[in-house]
Design a protein around this ligand. Structure first.
Ligand SMILES: [Zn+2]
Length: 239
């Protein structure tokens, strides 16, 4: 605890003075973060550090396993953070960020570890699909470490699917106003893998290359093929 208290002192005396104008601007004008990131609560996975973001730049929601409960199955913090970020703050990008060596994913692969933690076990039910995918569709010869990594990556994709069940996200996707991203942070190497939704795989983030995305609002098909850009289009379709 002493280290944390020293950190507060250091922030107040050495860091804040150099950034006071920024903090005062943010206090005066409010926040306008460019993205919502849902990442694991793991102490080694720090979204602001990974993306080199400063105050006011990222709206962060962290929990065990970077989980997004499907809409309505749980009325809780994650759902509220999503709604607030999308509707009140108008973020245009939502990132689900998984990571290597994830304790939550280990728990999924070894349920006996969850016996003394009934809340964690219940929470991780939102990731069971990822575990089932790896158990049934991946080679049975995977070593434990490889299996946990595969579950962590599939879990990012499962949580991206859950994101789309949230009405606020679904509506913004249909309007082409939000983009969904799946990332995977490798603790050991510091690299961030990016989920390419079109290719259904994670790829290395390379300088100068266009960023692969999981789901682009522009690509979301609509049952009735018109966009709500103006009233005339609607009227022409007589709907
Ligand atoms: Zn984790």
């Amino acid at each position: 605890m002493d280290d944390l208290l020293k950190g507060i002192s250091n922030f107040r005396e050495a860091v804040f003075p150099d950034n006071s104008a920024l903090y005062q601007k943010l206090a005066r004008e409010g926040q306008k973060p460019q993205a919502l990131i849902i990442s694991c609560a793991d102490s080694r996975v720090m979204p602001e550090t990974i993306t080199q973001s400063g105050p006011g730049e990222l709206f962060v929601c962290r929990n065990a396993g970077n989980i997004v409960p499907p809409f309505q199955t749980m009325n809780g913090g994650v759902s509220s953070a999503i709604e607030y970020a999308v509707i009140a703050l108008g973020v245009r990008d939502i990132i689900v960020c998984g990571h290597s060596d994830c304790g939550a994913m280990k728990g999924l692969c070894h349920p006996e570890l969850l016996a003394p933690m009934p809340n964690v076990a219940a929470w991780l039910k939102h990731s069971h699909a990822a575990h089932s995918i790896v158990c049934e569709a991946y080679p049975p010869t995977l070593e434990d470490k490889e299996k946990i990594r595969a579950v962590a990556m599939e879990n990012v994709v499962v949580q991206l699917d859950h994101l789309r069940t949230h009405p606020s996200v679904a509506a913004k996707l249909a309007k082409g106003e939000v983009t969904l991203h799946g990332w995977f942070f490798d603790i050991e190497t510091g690299s961030v893998l990016i989920y390419d939704g079109a290719a259904s795989r994670f790829t290395e983030l390379e300088d100068g290359q266009p960023l692969a995305v999981a789901v682009s609002g522009r690509d979301v098909p609509q049952v009735i093929p018109f966009r709500r850009k103006n009233g005339a289009e609607r009227a022409a379709l007589n709907v």
